[in-house]
Design a protein around this ligand. Structure first.
Ligand SMILES: [Zn+2]
Ligand SMILES: [Zn+2]
Length: 171
């Protein structure tokens, strides 16, 4: 089972159809759903809650993210589909290898390795696809559709999250 943050780097190569990671309103577990399999409800594996899904036509056909199937909101942002653990691993390994060379007095090689590790991180980050995230319930959407949502805005997030949590009775 992939965690709530998604399965990691390889999701970049998800083929059609669109993949939805629905977030349970009660316990925030991430539940993978294929947009085209016509599900009208899923059961949360974490807390057992039934979650009704309203999957729009645009989602089913991977054309656009227009309405969230979980909370029916239509406010989304995009972010890079990046697993911070992977980036950190590259840096940590780079630092260890670099440390070995530094120990043996090869300063220049040591610094080059560190720089290379940082560069790999940057390149990987730049090549990642964007995913779309629902402001209210944090459900995630991955597919070939054209990204139209704006970048993350903290103020919008504060307002919409509060509205959603009041609606589902979490506040
Ligand atoms: Zn749950
Ligand atoms: Zn939502």
């Amino acid at each position: 089972m992939p965690g709530p943050k998604g399965p990691g780097l390889h999701v970049t190569y998800f083929p059609a159809p669109m993949q939805i990671l629905a977030k349970c309103p009660k316990c925030d577990a991430g539940l993978p759903v294929r947009a085209d399999d016509g599900a009208t409800a899923i059961t949360c594996g974490g807390c057992g809650r039934d979650i009704p899904l309203t999957i729009s036509e645009a989602l089913k056909t991977d054309r656009a993210v227009d309405r969230c199937p979980v909370c029916e909101g239509n406010d989304f942002y995009i972010r890079k589909d990046f697993d911070p653990k992977v980036g950190l691993t590259v840096i940590v390994i780079g630092a260890i290898v670099s440390g070995v060379f530094y120990w043996f007095g090869k300063d220049l090689i040591a610094y080059s390795i560190l720089a290379a590790a940082a560069l790999i991180d940057l390149v990987v980050y730049g090549r990642l696809k964007d995913l779309t995230v629902c402001y209210r319930c944090h459900s995630e959407f991955r597919g070939m559709y054209e990204r139209r949502a704006p970048a993350f805005d903290l103020h919008t997030a504060d307002v919409l999250e509060l509205e959603y949590e009041r609606r589902i009775g979490r506040r």
